[in-house]
Design a protein around this ligand. Structure first.
Ligand code: SF4
Length: 238
């Protein structure tokens, strides 16, 4: 495993980000009119919520990027931190903590004190979409921020894609043919100088229907940890 990780590390991610684009969108980004309108609707109903583009969260020296789909309307769109405020964060951050990528107490609030280590969490689409379904044009438009985020992580070696949309947006950004690297839960791909791990999204829907169990989710992070080696200061896992 370490040999494969070293090989992936040797090649810088094959992307061509626009140097004028920051790794996080401005909160009031106006590039997607439908999403701006939805944000404004939500703002009118819930003026105390974040209601803007949600920035990445985590360690700027991360070797791992966990890439979700988009903010949930009452989750990250409410709190302003990815995977914070709805069920998906409960499973994600508990699993990241178990495998040494987070510590502190996750309490679904931005001031809960949770810290990520060697990992950053972001979404492929930074603004909440209606029914959790971004349009292809919105995914394509927001990809500039994903590419800028990747470019701003100098130690990045691996990406965990939570769901097909995140996987496909990443691969499109890397200029990789999707047919060569199809999404599948538990799959591992070496693309564009990165190791990509796929998982079904840790949404409540997926866990309630049994499509994703906690054990299935943990297996992805176990493979990631095996790829990277033990967390600093942590004993090696079996
Ligand atoms: S989804 Fe991305 S590109 Fe579209 S408005 Fe939000 S931050 Fe801007």
């Amino acid at each position: 495993m370490p040999d494969r990780a070293a090989a992936a590390k040797a090649a810088a991610p094959a992307i061509s980000p626009d140097p004028r684009v920051p790794p996080d969108a401005p909160r009031d980004c106006t590039l997607c009119p439908r999403l701006v309108a939805y944000r404004e609707e939500t703002l009118a109903r819930q003026p105390d919520w974040w209601n803007g583009a949600v920035a990445s969260f985590g360690d700027p020296e991360a070797r791992v990027l966990v890439l979700g789909l988009a903010p949930g309307v009452a989750g990250a769109n409410r709190t302003g931190r990815p995977f914070t405020g709805d069920y998906a964060g409960d499973l994600l951050y508990a699993t990241m903590t178990k495998y040494g990528f987070a510590n502190g107490r996750f309490d679904a609030r931005v001031d809960d004190g949770l810290e990520l280590h060697d990992a950053m969490v972001a979404n492929a689409v930074r603004c909440v979409p209606p029914q959790n379904r971004p349009l292809p044009v919105e995914i394509n438009t927001c990809r500039r921020f994903l590419l800028a985020r990747i470019a701003a992580l100098p130690r990045l070696r691996a990406v965990v894609c939570l769901g097909r949309i995140a996987h496909e947006s990443l691969l499109r950004g890397l200029g990789v043919r999707l047919a060569l690297h199809p999404f599948a839960h538990g799959a591992r791909h070496e693309v564009g100088g990165l190791v990509v791990f796929d998982s079904y999204h840790c949404s409540r829907y997926n866990t309630n229907t049994g499509r994703l169990t906690p054990a299935m989710f943990e297996s992805v992070f176990a493979a990631l940890r095996a790829e990277l080696g033990p967390a600093e200061g942590a004993p090696a896992r079996d």
